[in-house]
Design a protein around this ligand. Sequence first.
Ligand code: PEP
Ligand code: MG
Length: 584
Amino acid sequence: MSGPEVRFQGVGVAPGIARGAVFIYHPDDEEPPKRRIDSSEIANEIARFETALIATRAQILEMQQRIAEAIGAKDASIFDAHLLVVEDRTLIDEVLRTLERNSFNVEFIFAEVANRYAHTLSQIDDPYLRERAFDIHDVTRRVLRNLSGRSPQTLASIASPYVIVAHNITPSDTATLNRQWVLAFATDVGSRTSHTAIMARSLNIPAVVGLGDMSSRLRPGDHVLLDGTNGLVIQNPTDETLWEYGEVEVRLEKVEQGLIGLRETASTTADGKHIILSANIELPDDVSSVVSAGAEGIGLYRTEFFFLNKTELPNEEEQFHAYRAVATGIAPQTVIIRTLDLGGDKFLSHSHLPTELNPFLGCRAIRFCLERPDIFKVQLRAILRASEIGNVRMMFPMISGVSELKQAKDVLEVCKTELRVEGVAFNEELEVGIMIEVPSAALVADSLAKEVDFFSIGTNDLIQYTIAVDRVNERIAHLYQPTHPAILRLIELTVSAAHANGIWVGVCGEMAGEISLTPLLLGLGVDELSASAGLVPRVKKAVQSLDISECLQLIEGIKGLNSATAILARCEEVARKHYPELLN
Ligand code: PEP
Ligand code: MG
């Protein structure tokens, strides 16, 4: 029998209502339990260990088979190294010897011995052996899971519909999951602009983050109702709650139906100004959702998601095929391919890069690429080759000033020269733009505008760097204020520098999809908005409902205000006047 209804309040980051059983996802970084055992228990511990090794071997073989069928034998062969670990006699014998000597439970002993092995290998100055340390870690986690009796946990292995509940879900987790079975996400930590939240919006999956300790209070199979608009998760919803939400769903469905009719219409304001409305994507497969949302092309393709969960960096050919597939899929409209933005909260799974104390302020994005021209050039060549069909633009992330931009452009020139010498075709007229997402870039936007063809304002980072509020830290989420007067000033500076130099300027951060802020962004004069595909229809409706003249009045009216809350209230007032049905 189900218990009483319990409500958990968090932050809604992707709209929609979902209901279903929960799948509680535990990433495998938990410590194994430590328990003294009696000598009479040793035989049983050895038997448990052997069973776990057999189960692990079977799981690896099955996974290898699945991956070979899905993406090819080459990628599947990485599991050969994992099989060698479960069959490693030296490791196994050492566990058995230590078990007899030390009398602790086998998971504790195994974790200790395996970690010692991995540590020794990781210290050796040989890339192959260091790689084996990662294999040992992976296999260790799997064996420990089998010893604990828990089913193997990867989001990719889910095969029926669930609401995924976790302490945290990383961008790598979201990149692998089978979206067909994910009804919704709910996490203890996170914020609106974490890349996990962005991914959820992109996949059109309702999501709530910042739920405190909810993941430890729910049990596998519990039934919940999740309201991604209001940031609510309801455990054991009563019949009355279900009925209320049934009504809400009928209302939302009506709004959605109305929006579908806008697909073929232009995003032009009521008084006739056209605003380019594009969509952001993370993976090549997302192109179809951009087309069906009625967007005018792709304003931001976050290429780094293609690099996550890979044991090796994708080579030029693989990248070229991915970029060309996106360009072909979106033609005749354009795609802005952003060069790698690794670091921050997006890391390579098998990276040998040192961990940093402040990754968002560290060797992220263009900084990483300039430090590693070997990796950067492969991507630039692939993008250049894909540009041949004519609808590709390129954009550099995290540019902080002119000299950094010039360095990036120099590497691009080297790649162009190489391709010309090799006789490989690319678009000589390729347009190159930059993200304006570091405050210093906004402040020198007048100089930067002379060097590029367009700007795209990355408000997610611009806000975190300007107000010094970590975008993924839920404790300070209340300080993350898109309508902070400092942010508005930086956007104004960027727009006026762009227009004075004859280039266009867009917004591709999450602010572009916040319909209560559409009047603000239009009033500030941006030419393009690029939002998650799922949000595009409502942004289009907002644009069509507004008058530029009224948006300009809004900007005049907030000039004397110095409170983010007061400015937000004014924006909401305008939005509510024109499209109340989208805001409730
Ligand atoms: C941004 O910072 O606003 C942006 C669009 O880039 P990302 O969210 O990938 O950092
Ligand atoms: Mg950014």
